[in-house]
Design a protein around this ligand. Sequence first.
Ligand SMILES: NC(=O)c1ccc[n+]([C@@H]2O[C@H](COP(=O)([O-])OP(=O)(O)OC[C@H]3O[C@@H](n4cnc5c(N)ncnc54)[C@H](O)[C@@H]3O)[C@@H](O)[C@H]2O)c1
Length: 438
Amino acid sequence: MKQLHKQSTMPISHTPKLYSPKSQKHIRSLPRSLTYLLREQRLLFIFVGVLIGSIFFLLQPSVNPLSSATPSADQPPRIFSANRESSVRYQDPNYEHNLGTRNNYRYASGVGRIPVGIGRKRNRIVVTGGAGFVGFDLVDKLIARGDDVIVVDNFFTGRKDNLVHLFGNPRFELIRHDVVEPILLEVDQIYHLACPASPVHYKYNPVKTIKTNVMGTLNMLGLAKRIGAKFLLTSTSEVYGDPLEHPQKETYWGHVNPIGVRSCYDEGKRTAETLTMDYHRGAGVEVRIARIFNTYGPRMCLDDGRVVSNFVSQAIRKQPMSVYGDGKQTRSFQYVSDLVDGLVALMEGEHVGPFNLGNPGEFTMLELAEVVKETIDPSATIEFKPNTDDDPHKRKPDISKAKELLNWEPKISLREGLPLMVNDFRNRILNEDEGKGN
Ligand SMILES: NC(=O)c1ccc[n+]([C@@H]2O[C@H](COP(=O)([O-])OP(=O)(O)OC[C@H]3O[C@@H](n4cnc5c(N)ncnc54)[C@H](O)[C@@H]3O)[C@@H](O)[C@H]2O)c1
């Protein structure tokens, strides 16, 4: 008992000052929250915690896994593809410019390392129809620029293969979805491309084409309104129909057959433009309208009835090139990267439009066939076929508005652009012959 008594008195004399009855008494006189903090060295633990947190955030940018996907000034962007086309894309001179801009942005404040969440704000962008021919190039450009991209596509004419090089990239997402149904996403910008563009495809199910243009555009405009996103519509030169004005300016209202076999597309796009302007005027949605003229390039569908892809595929397969009618109807052909530059300039600019985006170089179908012969096979032949209904006689954009307000004009001529798509077509036709085509 004596010993026990002795032991019980020991801790009191060895307890640090804070635990002495005197200091306990002193603490008890403070407010309860302060008393809690001062007890049992909690304050010390809080300081150590804050210190560790600060050190972590200072070092964070250099260990952030996403930063490896974001290219640095002296390092090309990480490419998730074995596809040579993609690596060539990153050698584009514009890429250097974009890179410079991005890095200037990042380091503009003069701070060497910026903690995550405080640096450049990345745009979150949805591209409907992003698995299609134009979508492919647009998505690649946005990803290379450093944005987060979500592609929404039902794969009617688009292919997953077009995007496979981006699978595994943390800034890329792919959603199988039909735009005639509503979708809820949180994004800053919407590029609305979803719609089959070639006559073979849009005539296949005309009612669905109208639905895509009307309900699809309504759904995407509704989304833009709800979340305050910028919306860009890819309309078409077909809104001018068989034009009575040449070249076509944006002020021209068109000459369109409302009941013809092409009307599902032409009138569908005209309605989409109307909806876009009504959401702009009535609901204050920030919108952009591009009227796209004939565009060509790698990854077009091989047999979609568009004249450039038709001629190129036929010449490679040693088949006669099909010229519809007398071949004297004219078109203007722009290379796809020029179009994509124009779309981005329009989205980033301050003007609603509509803007004609096309190459003003004008060719008859017979002249186009000659260029294809020169490029692919001088012995290629031509076969005349009856013309299709409502085929416009002339098409040539007046692009002075885009030149002046977007500072945009196409750079690649038909003779420069055609060889750039031929290799891609040759490989795919070869694969097709070997049973691997798509
Ligand atoms: N390429 C041109 O020459 C040209 C000319 C004028 C206008 N445009 C417009 O540009 C856009 C893109 O054209 P493109 O040449 O890439 O066409 P494309 O047919 O290659 O691509 C269209 C994409 O939209 C998708 N799509 C179609 N319907 C859809 C739906 N209901 N829901 C979700 N996805 C759907 C397709 O699967 C495809 O991936 C289209 O809106 C087209 O009208 C193109």
